[in-house]
Unconditional design. Structure first.
Length: 422
């Protein structure tokens, strides 16, 4: 890859895109989804539980029923936000603020994780005979930009990441753990702090088993790479620290009774359902990830020496296995998206010009068709013509009343007459 191919994407573009993605799903809506309403109910009960007869913060309940997911930290964050909110501030908006930060943390951690993995020697591009190849930092920055964009593009992230629910907290803390393990050899102190936060936060968000598997397994995967220079190798003491974090978290989880049996045996043979979920939920990152595995197939023979492949593969396999064992749960599959986006990013330097042109045209047609469908549905809800899209919306969202906003219309319509697209 030449230096000219890794020109820096302006930071303001990336920041604006991330900000628009995060805020558009949280701001200006009520918790009308079932998961939103249930989680908000737990948070509100905790925030308003005052006095000796209040609800226990270690056993939050809603209408006398305990949380089946055994998640504590997401409800604590929402309840603290409600308690700290000014008088008159909408409670549901206050409870949503920590989850806005968690989604932003997910995007940032993914970028820095891909950047760290792209800086490893095995992931660097081949040097040219007479120079001119991409500089390591510029190459890693381009890969990180690609990984972040691949994550934002995933349909599954758009569907579930804007809910103030435990699943978003699990995604954020698992991504922090992914970032920590990717940086374990480069920034030891930061990585160990991130690993402790990720493991403990993931366990308190209702997934202690995943915290153990991802933490201990990921540390071992990174430590297996012994071909790097000594200064870039993961030390045994770092692996030992992460194992201590896992054991400590396991003991705390046992004390708080967070371990839950979630294996759904009747769904183990529904392979077609799992395949169908993988196809649409991880689109469009999965074709790029498969291309990465194909183009880097020779490196897979010594996968322990290629942490840019082995670490995301470990997170991906664990997340898919959790999805399969937990009854084909799309919320469990949500944790696979940062790792999948990382693999998708490493497909970019392997594309020939013809493949890049094909992807550009396919993207243009795909999003143009998507925009046409969205505008058709919106016009149907506003005017009643054509009638069928409005009927479908009324059936899928009972009680929803379409409202017109000049601000939203102008912002959404600017690309139609040549304005900048965010």
């Amino acid at each position: 890859m030449a230096q000219g191919a890794v020109r820096r994407l302006p930071r303001w573009v990336l920041w604006t895109l991330c900000l628009a993605y995060v805020l558009s799903g949280f701001v200006g809506r009520t918790p009308w989804k079932a998961e939103d309403m249930q989680a908000f109910g737990f948070m509100r009960n905790l925030a308003l539980s005052i006095g000796p007869d209040g609800i226990s913060w270690l056993k939050p309940t809603l209408l006398g029923q305990a949380d089946l997911d055994a998640a504590l930290l997401p409800y604590w964050l929402g309840a603290w936000a409600i308690q700290l909110a000014p008088i008159g501030f909408p409670l549901d908006t206050a409870a949503r603020l920590p989850f806005i930060a968690l989604l932003g943390l997910t995007l940032a951690a993914t970028w820095y994780a891909v950047y760290a993995l792209a800086r490893t020697p095995a992931a660097q591009p081949v040097s040219f005979a007479f120079g001119g190849e991409a500089e390591p930092a510029d190459y890693a920055r381009a890969m990180a930009d690609g990984g972040l964009l691949a994550l934002i593009a995933c349909l599954g992230l758009a569907r579930l990441s804007h809910e103030a629910a435990p699943s978003l907290a699990q995604l954020a803390f698992s991504t922090v753990l992914f970032f920590a393990l990717a940086n374990l050899a480069r920034k030891r102190i930061h990585a160990l702090f991130g690993a402790a936060l990720g493991i403990f936060g993931l366990a308190l968000s209702g997934a202690p088993a995943l915290a153990m598997l991802l933490g201990a397994g990921g540390a071992i995967v990174m430590a297996l790479d012994t071909r790097k220079p000594h200064t870039l190798q993961v030390r045994r003491v770092d692996v030992a620290w992460i194992l201590i974090f896992c054991l400590t978290t396991a003991a705390i989880s046992s004390k708080l009774e967070l371990w839950q049996w979630r294996v759904d045996l009747p769904h183990l043979f529904e392979i077609k359902t799992l395949a169908r979920l993988l196809l649409w939920f991880t689109w469009p990152a999965w074709p790029l990830a498969l291309w990465t595995l194909w183009r880097w197939r020779y490196q897979l023979k010594s996968i322990s020496a290629n942490p840019h492949l082995s670490l995301p593969l470990w997170f991906l396999v664990v997340a898919i296995a959790s999805t399969w064992l937990s009854g084909i749960s799309d919320r469990a599959l949500l944790l696979a998206l940062p790792a999948l986006a990382t693999l998708a990013a490493f497909a970019l330097p392997t594309f020939k010009r013809s493949m890049s042109a094909f992807i550009d045209w396919f993207t243009l047609l795909f999003f143009s068709l998507g925009a046409l469908i969205i505008w058709t549905v919106w016009i149907s809800m506003q005017t009643g013509f054509p009638a069928q899209p409005a009927i479908n919306v009324a059936r899928l969202a009972p009680g929803f009343v379409a409202q017109f906003s000049w601000v939203a219309f102008i912002i959404a319509g600017r690309p139609l007459w040549g304005g900048p697209v965010l």
